[in-house]
Design a protein around this ligand. Structure first.
Ligand SMILES: C[S@@+](CC[C@H](N)C(=O)[O-])C[C@H]1O[C@@H](n2cnc3c(N)ncnc32)[C@H](O)[C@@H]1O
Length: 341
């Protein structure tokens, strides 16, 4: 299977045990949609002893466990309503090799009704055997790119093209691993098609103030200016139309439903925001600039956010969460079959 990206650039891993809680609210909005879609569209494989579910990019599990509970309960209800024997569940937790799987396993819910296994590795590669997966889930992970495009402006076309290539690889691998009729739920942080960058902010706005803190530190001689030039954050936050256009090109998945959900935050201080950005980017920043700058950098960052009239006002946050429910279908075969009717 060759070298995997996480062995070459293990920059994704969240800080140990310090997963993000800030977008937990989005799961409340996702719950009824997941339940409806599973009730209506999850195929029943009668006689199947075990069903497999995988969470791609699970981090330390904080949000994963609740999502899995919702998915498993909905699948069980579907079996009960069909008078079918409830299968056993096997959950695969995926994240990069450097992820803190120890924290995940030590915080597994004690009342869980599923078997667990870790599947470490880059989710843009194959991770599971063919036709073995019945439900795939991924939340707040696919915005990570395998690399930041050279000489491209952050968030510009070069980043969108990389996002498209990466998402395409993810879908191609899952297409092999999933059974026909299997469902996939993707939750990706994104931006509205139109928003005012002068007055509003989104999840895509976090890098600019960070860069400005780095420049301030370089001016004080704390780090080299040249290092800032080569510092790139390999993330892309799509809007609804961009995501839909990529998903529509897939020949293996049909789009069953797409929703743009509000972020769901009710309060979020500069300190909490800086903490969550630190959890997400610390590993990558330390790798590039060295561990010793981290405390000072995020102290400055918190102050910059607190002093900004844009970031101070919660209503200025226009971040959205894009939810896509896909079904594993062989669209080529379906089209051919329809032509024969
Ligand atoms: C922001 S956390 C999201 C965690 C969790 N899914 C949730 O909703 O809270 C993103 C996770 O995706 C993982 N990730 C990013 N790129 C990945 C890749 N190529 N393969 C596997 N995991 C990846 C990161 O290591 C990180 O733990």
């Amino acid at each position: 299977m060759g070298d995997s990206i996480d062995n070459i650039v293990p920059h994704y891993g969240m800080s140990a045990g310090d997963g993000p809680h800030s977008y937990r609210g989005a799961l409340d909005a996702v719950k009824p949609i997941l339940e409806e879609e599973i009730a209506a569209k999850f195929d029943i494989w009668s006689g199947q002893e075990a069903l497999c579910i995988a969470d791609f990019g699970c981090s330390t599990g904080h949000n994963s466990f609740e999502a899995l509970r919702i998915i498993i309960e909905a699948i069980k209800r579907k079996h009960e309503s069909s008078d079918l024997k409830i299968p056993e569940f096997h959950v695969f937790f995926n994240d990069v090799v450097a992820n803190d799987f120890n924290t995940l396993f030590s915080s597994l819910p004690t009342d869980r009704n599923y078997y667990v296994a870790a599947v470490p590795g880059d989710f843009h590669r194959r991770l599971l055997p063919p036709s073995s997966l019945h439900f795939a889930y991924s939340s707040w992970a696919l915005m990570w790119l395998t690399e930041a495009p050279e000489a491209a402006e952050y968030g510009g076309d070069g980043y969108l093209e990389q996002f498209e290539r990466d998402l395409d690889s993810f879908l191609k691998c899952r297409a092999v691993e999933m059974v026909d009729g299997g469902l996939m739920a993707l939750l990706i942080p994104g931006v509205p098609a139109l928003w005012d960058q002068e007055k509003e902010f989104t999840v895509a706005s976090v890098v600019e103030p960070l860069r400005s803190c780095l420049v301030n530190m370089a001016e004080k001689g704390r780090l080299s200016k040249a290092k800032i030039e080569s510092f790139k954050v390999p993330q892309y936050f799509p809007n609804h139309q961009q995501l839909r256009a990529i998903l529509e090109r897939s020949e293996s998945f049909s789009i069953e439903r797409m929703e743009t959900l509000k972020h769901g935050r009710t309060s979020y201080s500069a300190e909490a925001r800086a903490k969550s950005i630190r959890a997400a980017l610390q590993t990558m920043i330390a790798r590039h600039f060295g561990d010793e700058i981290i405390d000072e950098l995020f102290h400055l960052y918190k102050e910059k956010l607190a002093a900004s009239p844009i970031f101070r006002e919660l209503n200025n946050d226009k971040t959205v969460v894009l939810l896509a429910i896909l079904k594993r279908t062989n669209l080529q075969c379906e089209t051919a079959a329809r032509l024969l009717i």
